[in-house]
Ligand binder design. Sequence first.
Ligand SMILES: Cc1cc2nc3c(=O)[nH]c(=O)nc-3n(C[C@H](O)[C@H](O)[C@H](O)COP(=O)(O)OP(=O)(O)OC[C@H]3O[C@@H](n4cnc5c(N)ncnc54)[C@H](O)[C@@H]3O)c2cc1C
Length: 394
Amino acid sequence: MSNTPQKWDVIIIGAGASGLMCAATAGYQNKSVLVIDHAPKAAAKIRISGGGKCNFTNIEVTPNHFICQNPHFVKSALSRYPSSAFIELVERHGLDFEERELGKLFCKQRASDLIQILRTECDWAGAEVLTHCDLSQVEFINNQYRIHTSQGCFTADKLVVATGALSFPKLKATGVGYDIAKQFDINVIATSPGLVPLVFEGKWQERISALSGLALEVNVSCETHAFNEAILFTHNGLSGPGILQISNYWQRGKTIQIDLLPGLVVLDELKALKKSGQSIQKWLNQYWPKRFTQAWLEWFPIENQLSNLTDEALADYAEHIQNWTLYPSDTAGYDKAEVTLGGVDTDEVSSKTFESKKQPGLFFIGEVLDVTGHLGGYNFQWAWASAVACGLSL
Ligand SMILES: Cc1cc2nc3c(=O)[nH]c(=O)nc-3n(C[C@H](O)[C@H](O)[C@H](O)COP(=O)(O)OP(=O)(O)OC[C@H]3O[C@@H](n4cnc5c(N)ncnc54)[C@H](O)[C@@H]3O)c2cc1C
């Protein structure tokens, strides 16, 4: 049993990105704040994200970078706490960071520097963080939340659920936030792994795995969604930023399309090749690693000199290259997913305060909500923005 006081203005469940940010914000509003987390250390996902450098936000953040059944839901919080506000915060703490491609901002040294900033903000704001604290039950009695944990029973007028989602269970991710929502009769949209590699069966699994380690700059699409980013061949299937992005839109039974030479009109190029008599293999090697050209020509054989081919045959081949259709069998699952699609239904939550419309004093922030960002620092930006909007309203 700890010496932690039993009665608080606000209890936050989850000392991750959104929980710590919300705790500091509420603490600065003179609220007494307790954050509990069952993990041994706070913010495990920040620590390992972005290859240990944490892609903590993006220079350009718009509502279009998010997937949510109600696309308007994210607008208010994102506009009230833009990425420039978070950048200003980390600059104030002297964080060494750098901008990479597509406006992504990363810590230059280590992601734990960012956790230290959030912990310092919590300290300055007087918010207490209890780790190793297992939650057993949440009750709502006499307009108060009572939280039963391995470190005692705590009560508060307001309860913030910042428990994240199901991805990366080895970092102690759980679906407890959904259980709390359901306990109070709040709808939860069906969840699935997001920003996740895609896997294949049969010959395509073998073919992809044989090219493990190879990366290509492509345009990858699924129905109306498309991304110009790299894909990576791995032993288990396809990964890389382009695949992670499109995985947010892919469902079982759907195909993905890959333009292997984006920016080129391949049919025109093939017609010119036919005229010049140059070999297609040599031409493809200008754009692709030789290993991929060789594999491609084995999968989709064509005469090396195009002179005997009709324009129709050239058009078919160009279509193969620019609209390569693949049939993933599944995603690599929550173990490998950076995020979780679906979650607490945003129609049930105020977009200004993040309070449940049904259950007074109960708030949901961060990834537990049905809000998923694209790859590029958008998921952390959502954690910061939703946390600040909620923290100011508590
Ligand atoms: C490998 C990986 C890399 C990523 N890289 C990036 C990136 O570079 N940029 C980006 O924007 N996003 C990235 N993300 C996504 C990002 O980490 C999350 O979207 C973000 O952390 C969500 O914040 P949150 O506060 O909602 O949840 P979290 O940060 O996950 O925090 C939830 C907290 O709740 C605690 N908790 C869970 N269940 C319980 C329970 N039963 N009792 C008590 N506590 C509990 C957890 O221990 C955790 O500390 C990455 C995710 C992964 C898995």
